[in-house]
Design a protein around this ligand. Sequence first.
Ligand code: NAD
Length: 490
Amino acid sequence: MTPPSLPPTVAAHVPTGVLIDGAWRPASSGRTFEVADPATTETLFDVADGGEQDALDALTAASAAFPQWRATAPRVRAELLRAVFETLTARTEDIAALVTAEGGKPLAESRAEVAYGADYVRWYSEQAVRFEGLARRAPSGTNHQLVLRRPVGPALLITPWNFPIAMIARKVAPALAAGCTVVIKPAQLTPLTTSYVAEIIREELEGRGLPTGVINVVPSASARTISGPLLADPRLRKLSFTGSTEVGAALLKASADNILRTSMELGGNAPFLVFEDADIPAAVQGAVQAKMRNAGQTCVAANRFLVHASVAEEFTAGLTEAFDRLVVGHGADEGTTVGPLIESSAVDRVEEVVAEAVDAGARVRIGGDRPDRPGYFYAPTVLDRVSADLRVITEETFGPVAPVVTFGSEEEGVSLANSTPFGLVAYAYTRDIARVMRLAESVDTGMLGVNRGIVSDASAPFGGVKSSGLGREGGEAGLEEYLDSVYVAI
Ligand code: NAD
């Protein structure tokens, strides 16, 4: 099979098996599943459909490699990650082509995703030699206290389809830096990039004589057959999950009996607040960034535009013009700025919530339909006169739709922003620093972008509050997720 949208040089090097203890092999059942290009619906590859036996074999390999890996010098782990960073960066074009082929995002965004993912690997290569413990005299004066850090143990990493290099880089880099070994369950819809990156890490391990069971990958069309047996196995000590809140909650329950350490990066419903003193052209530009990356399919996508009534028309007209300049197409085509949605049901869902809003009186300023072309596309859409109780506001849309709701005071804006069970990220445009500090105190969020449409950075703690999750990725905090402490009283 020749994948149509993938350069042959890349296609020849995409692993399609399960990776266990340094070797790619077919699933033990012999089954495969198809991975398709969402812009054309054509099949790219058949990938091994891992099952329970593969998952348990992967955990056996990760457990066997753990004692040796945790004992490696931090500098050895740092240098391995640095080499992976260099390779990822050198192969940006190949990896970006793969990200675009399986996920649909425009090539420029895929390149940016490679750089973003690689940056986490670089950051944790730097952090690998900087674990901090504690030494002090006990308050009673009778002894000393030492707090040492050690890796939690073999970790299961489960990732979503929307950022197939970034999501795994944010987990695997701190896990390896901390001295943990891993079993990766990539998303069924986009497993190729993750496997390609895992192969880069495997090669680096092998080339340095390090245990190759440090990293194992089990793609599967049936996630539960992987997670069920692993979460129940006492050899597993950690689960790091990124995905929907619904699945995250189910996995938290499944982790309870085994008392697993868990990190949960879950869904969002980001408010984008535009105050009366905002720089409106800058807000429009930030809104396009916050809304339209990956055609709106990001956990940090601005889902609700909450705009002060006095600037609402200026902002909405500006956003409509900006959306009009976007170019919908195959991500690999020159000039495309908006790719497809990931699958047919995603387009159906977007269509449904827009129709519901329009029925309830919302006005379509631009878009509101499917472009006439094959693939899973939906037109960039701006809606105004939207009432805040509609699903396009209350649920994560995960599509290229920007609904505008107006407010009359800061208090009302904050109240609208907080009217959701989610709290991953919020955006605010204002020139008033005192207001910024009030928002930092009052908006229920793990992250706040001030006069910026992008907040995430490898050196900063990414994560949410409320139904958006537990734990952080990035920064010093991201390493903590993979470390235990041992307190020594002397
Ligand atoms: P999803 O929850 O459907 O799937 C995520 C992963 O979990 C996939 O690998 C999937 O195969 C697996 N999975 C599904 N059911 C499972 C089960 N019962 N047991 C074990 N694993 C299971 O989410 P998705 O559709 O892939 O991703 C979109 C969601 O992810 C959105 O809600 C988005 O906001 C969220 N997300 C969050 C972040 C973040 O950092 N907070 C980042 C990206 C995406």
